[in-house]
Write a protein that binds this ligand. Structure first.
Ligand code: NAD
Length: 405
């Protein structure tokens, strides 16, 4: 009984393994499951464990070759975090270092970038990392040189950005950030791993990502993404709270568009319930279209601003956790049937102009995301999509004109 509980707990932590799936595992029935005896799974060597082979085993990260080859070579993953002396990074770095992003067996080398005036603060962060004695951290590099920060990195999380200051026009903010993300895109193009996975967090995230992607022509466009997972998580949480159900029973909400107040949190394809035969569409479960089309959308759109009002500082821990969710799902895969939101390069689907960095519904497997296509777009949704598209096109125009692209 205790071992079953342990297994369920691990399933919950990693969110990829349901009780039904663990019962397929031959090791779990003979009390030899790695969930109970970490590092001792007999199936992992014989390649016979269905949970491992389908990428659903919560602990055996030795099977990650099938998911993303770089993860299995016994070397640390090199992860660059920019804005490393800032608020989000102060949560994020410690989540990465403790194994939440790449799993409890994967070593990491941290490349931390911030600007020269933050050198002393960054030194303090480095001292704290050391003091945690993290077994997974194989090295820390602190620098203000993009070349050093991006050298050979497998994952680049671009958190650092120029903050909006009092009286600053939106265009001025775009211009400042266009310069930063142009330089960082070029540096990744020249020095990062050819398969570096890039996640842009710093705002305006979609357009900053667009700039970095366009300034890194030698890297695959599909390796660039911007963070809308925080919005996705916020949408799920609002639905769970409204229905008074556990969060892990809410599935397949979608964030479309820009990480801004024009984003469109959409529940049209979402459902509630974990049993394959007992699923209720979110719309019927909530049974209040008025709330869904107004308060729900506005709450998710304005959540960032509400948190700033309450904390006098922008969301940091929840943003860091969303970064972990985003990268983990991208590299290790989304659970079967689960849709997540990622801002990625549009291929023209859903009539979104090709080349824009736009938040879409995606699934992930083998270290690649795949857009979920063919979802029905209602008239209500179309209007929302058009609004956020228009904003992104304007941002793109401004940013590209600064850069002379
Ligand atoms: N996409 C999202 O969901 C989301 C959510 C929350 C916050 N954000 C954005 O993330 C960014 C960071 O937020 P924060 O709270 O950590 O801010 P912060 O001001 O605490 O930290 C930002 C850090 O970036 C550094 N920085 C500035 N320019 C840099 C450069 N050229 N290279 C490297 N580092 C540089 C700063 O020195 C600072 O240490 C902001 O732009 C914020 O708006 C995005």
């Amino acid at each position: 009984m205790e071992s079953q509980n342990a297994q369920r707990r691990l399933g919950n932590i990693y969110g990829h393994l349901t009780t039904e799936e663990t019962s397929q595992c031959p090791a779990s029935n003979s009390n030899k499951c790695p969930a109970m005896n970490p590092g001792k799974c007999p199936a992992s060597n014989s390649d016979k464990c269905p949970a491992i082979n389908s990428g659903k085993c919560p602990v055996m990260f030795t099977s990650q070759a099938k998911m993303w080859p770089r993860l299995t070579q016994g070397e640390p993953i090199r992860v660059c975090v920019t804005g490393a002396a800032g608020n989000i990074a102060y949560s994020l770095i410690f989540m990465i270092a403790s194994g939440h992003m790449f799993g409890p067996k994967q070593r990491v080398a941290l490349h931390l970038l911030d600007i020269p005036p933050m050198e002393k603060v960054l030194k303090g962060v480095e001292m704290e990392i050391l003091d945690c004695a993290f077994p997974l951290v194989s090295g820390v590099i602190c620098t203000s040189e993009p070349k050093v920060a991006f050298m050979n990195v497998d994952v680049a999380i671009l958190v650092g950005a120029f903050p909006r200051q009092k009286g600053m026009e939106r265009k001025d903010l775009l211009k400042k950030n266009a310069e930063i993300f142009k330089a960082q895109g070029k540096a990744m193009n020249d020095y990062a791993s050819r398969n570096v996975k890039v996640l842009v967090v710093g705002n305006p995230a979609n357009t900053n990502c667009l700039i970095a992607m366009n300034c890194a022509p030698d890297l695959p466009k599909s390796n660039f993404s911007a963070l809308t997972r925080l919005d996705h998580n916020r949408a799920k949480a609002q639905i769970a709270q409204n229905l008074k159900v556990p969060l892990d029973t809410v599935h397949n909400v979608v964030i479309w568009g820009n990480h801004s107040a024009t984003q469109y949190p959409d529940i049209s394809y979402g459902y509630v319930g974990n049993h394959p035969h007992i699923r209720t569409p979110i719309r019927s479960a909530v049974n209040n279209d008025q709330w869904l089309q107004n308060e729900f959308i506005a709450t998710v759109q304005q959540r960032g601003a509400e948190i700033i009002k309450a904390r006098n500082s922008s969301s940091a821990a929840s943003a860091a956790w969303a970064v972990v969710n985003h990268m983990r799902d991208w590299l290790l895969g989304t659970p079967e049937g689960e849709i997540v939101s990622m801002a990625v390069c549009s291929d023209g689907s859903y009539d979104i102009p090709a080349g824009l960095i736009f938040s879409f519904p995606v699934t992930c497997r083998n270290g690649e995301w795949t857009m979920v296509k063919g979802l029905k777009v209602t008239e209500f949704s179309r209007k929302k999509l058009d609004l956020t598209t228009q904003e992104l096109q304007e941002e793109k125009q401004d940013a590209f004109s600064f850069l002379g692209i």
